[in-house]
Design a binder for this molecule. Structure first.
Ligand SMILES: [Zn+2]
Length: 168
């Protein structure tokens, strides 16, 4: 095997044996205040900043005679759902696996393409097989609920109506 590793189109390395490439995300902060920029933690009563305060210093009131105080405005931090994304090559198995970890950081959803060996006693000898995560898989990374062909809702089943971004 020989493969070039590129980052944003620039070759940074070449690989000549089995490799595991991984992007590791800082998934500690899931929410941030869109008004003041503070990292927020979800609490039973709302969203608190690092000081345990749910009052936002940058709160803008729509009411002219309001006292000017109000809560943080939580928004989800982009890509905070991802622990890691990776590519693993395995020459022995003639396989490449892509992985995306959204739940337990020790595991991941995986997508693998593997070639059945030419000397396999099978009509599939020499053919490529695609392995995907599927609902009710044993030892799943997370539960998958079919939405459309090829699309799944991860975790809890999809609710009937849109969920608003409020504290649990
Ligand atoms: Zn704020």
């Amino acid at each position: 095997m020989f493969a070039g590793l590129t980052v944003d189109g620039t070759t940074v390395n070449s690989l000549d044996e089995d490799s595991t490439i991984k992007l590791i995300f800082d998934a500690d902060t899931e929410f941030r205040c869109s008004a003041c920029g503070a990292d927020l933690a979800e609490t039973p009563g709302g969203f608190d900043d690092d000081n345990g305060d749910n009052e936002c210093p940058a709160y803008q009131s729509d009411e002219p005679d309001a006292d000017g105080t109000g809560p943080h405005t939580p928004e989800r931090v982009a890509l905070s759902w991802c622990n890691s994304a990776g590519i693993r090559t395995d020459e022995t198995d003639d396989a490449i696996t892509l992985s995306l970890s959204t739940g337990d950081p020790c595991g991941a959803f995986t997508i693998t393409i593997r070639r059945v060996p030419d000397d396999a006693d099978s009509p599939l000898a020499g053919r490529l097989l695609l392995h995907l995560p599927y609902p009710d898989q044993p030892m799943p990374h997370d539960q998958l609920h079919p939405l459309h062909p090829g699309t799944f809702v991860i975790g809890r089943p999809a609710p009937a109506t849109r969920a608003h971004l409020t504290a649990a």
